[in-house]
Ligand binder design. Structure first.
Ligand code: SF4
Ligand code: SF4
Length: 325
């Protein structure tokens, strides 16, 4: 079952003074992905922004851990022609074992005939990002879609997020955000208030287990979830909220944890919906591309039956369970 957005979707909203100076910004972008249908209503363009403050051990987007330009190498596409090495001013070889001295000039990306060398993170001007997503504006109008800020972590570049979200909002584009929930709420509030829909993660109710697997305690995440019901703009209303649990077999998939998570959400935000998403290993190839070890053998993907059971456990606590995937 899918959620319904506010009636204000794709209508121009009021201009609201924000915290940041209205000027162009540059941001670290992992990918601009058009025609996405999994992260909000209708056909959307996802802007994946680099720089996550968490280190979830099951992460499928490791290129988004830091904010720096990053070149990757997909060995499976490589034909060993050597064009990349021949243009590299740093003397980096085909397999990029010397990747630490890469200056991300992009010469190898241009030279590679097989798209085996790729930009995993690019520094982009905000206005270029806006121009790119506006190319698909017609699809947003016809499908009830828009733009979704994702990551990495979109809130880790608050000025860039503020600028781009304001420009899109003022242009009448529906905007959603997907966030890990670990951010300075007051700093990000102006951008959050422009959203039609906020997806926020809740990974574990136990602060120590949360820290063990993500690198940080869950206290700020829980506090930020509780503060979501304070968001509101005149003529726009409040964003819808979907709290997402990435269900990681072996970490947070106990019925006890799922029930406690759903009870917390229902108590803090009675109108919020919840979505439970099973762990996957689609990001493994990215670890290879950027030369990071893939250390996720201790996790497993819950099967359909287990996911259904856990969704029922969550629903029994009160929240409506939705499924965007
Ligand atoms: S991006 Fe530039 S420095 Fe880095 S490997 Fe490619 S050619 Fe060499
Ligand atoms: S240019 Fe591309 S295909 Fe050729 S060796 Fe380099 S990565 Fe492989």
């Amino acid at each position: 079952m899918r959620t319904k957005h506010s009636d204000n979707r794709n209508k121009p909203g009021p201009k609201k003074p924000g915290k940041f100076v209205r000027m162009s910004k540059k941001g670290y972008i992992m990918q601009i992905q058009p025609f996405s249908v999994n992260d909000g209503e209708g056909i959307r363009t996802n802007i994946f922004m680099a720089g996550c403050p968490l280190r979830c051990r099951w992460c499928s987007n490791p290129e988004g851990f830091t904010q720096k330009e990053l070149i990757g190498w997909y060995s499976r596409k490589c034909i060993g022609c050597g064009a990349c090495a021949s243009v590299c001013s740093q003397g980096i070889g085909i397999d990029m074992t010397e990747r630490d001295i890469c200056i991300a000039c992009g010469a190898c990306v241009k030279a590679c005939p097989e798209e085996a060398r790729v930009r995993m993170v690019s520094l982009m001007d905000a206005d270029d990002v806006i121009s790119e997503v506006m190319k698909h504006r017609l699809f947003y109008s016809y499908s009830g879609g828009g733009v979704t800020f994702s990551g990495g972590e979109a809130t880790s570049q608050p000025e860039f997020l503020d600028y781009v979200s304001r420009e899109l909002y003022d242009s009448g584009i529906s905007i959603d955000i997907e966030t890990c929930g670990y951010f300075d709420f007051d700093l990000v509030r102006p951008a959050l208030e422009r959203m039609d829909l906020i997806f926020m993660d809740l990974k574990h109710m136990n602060p120590e287990i949360h820290r063990k697997y993500t690198g940080v305690s869950n206290e700020l995440v829980l506090e930020n979830i509780s503060r979501l019901n304070s968001l509101s703009l005149p003529d726009h209303g409040s964003p819808e909220v979907v709290i997402r649990i990435p269900v990681i077999g072996g970490v947070n998939n106990s019925e006890e944890n799922i029930a406690a998570s759903a009870a917390f959400v229902y108590d803090a935000l009675p109108d919020a919906k919840m979505e439970l998403l099973p762990y996957h290993t689609f990001g493994k190839i990215k670890y290879e591309a950027i030369g990071m070890p893939f250390d996720q053998d201790c996790f497993y993907t819950p099967d359909r039956e287990e996911m259904k059971k856990l969704r029922d456990v969550a629903a029994a606590q009160g929240p409506e369970i939705v499924d965007f995937r």
